[in-house]
Design a protein around this ligand. Sequence first.
Ligand code: AMP
Length: 220
Amino acid sequence: MNLILFGPPGAGKGTQAKILSDAHGIPQLSTGDMLRAAVEAQTEVGQKAEAVMKAGGLVSDSIVIDIIAERIGRPDCAAGFILDGFPRTLKQAAALDKLLAAKRKTLTAVVAMQVDDEVLVSRVAGRYTCAKCGAGYHDLFQKPKVAGVCDKCASTVFKRRPDDNAETARKRLMEYYRETSPLLGYFFAKNKLSTVDGMAAVEVVTAAIEAVLLKAKAKI
Ligand code: AMP
């Protein structure tokens, strides 16, 4: 199963990708996570990407296409993968088509997650994670049961992405509308696009995506 989770920042792609990755035993390929790892390691790619990411812009197509081409070629992607945050431009979508064709793979589905703009900004601006186990929290919507202590691993160290603030969230949303949203038409024309209500509870969204996958698999 080769799935694209599609949507603006804060739509819940990462949350759903993790759940589906565990459920189906296939990897989550998040270009954002890969780029953040490169920034942390201060690789050449990381150094090039850092300032753009912090400002909420898009990293160059050639960098992310190279990253994904290498990642999709690894053995753990043989049974499928879940793309989270890629493709984000028409150029990236065309490159993905080529990559899949070369490997004789097909796209199972593209699931677009719909969430109101103001909700996206407040989700992104308030989110943070446990620095030890990665559990996700939110200043307003999902506080730890004991303030300052992770529910899952009891760590007291948390981290917040430098681009997760209201101002950068709006910039990222603008980039989404300008560069990424045209892909909705691209995938619709290929008969691959389905939409789910991303405002619903996490488990309700997961069930909606699973329903899309069942239908899509029956179609192929
Ligand atoms: P994300 O974790 O998906 O929100 O991505 C964080 C940031 O990484 C984005 O705001 C971009 O700067 C960069 N990024 C991630 N994926 C891509 C992509 N496919 N194309 C360009 N930039 C990307």
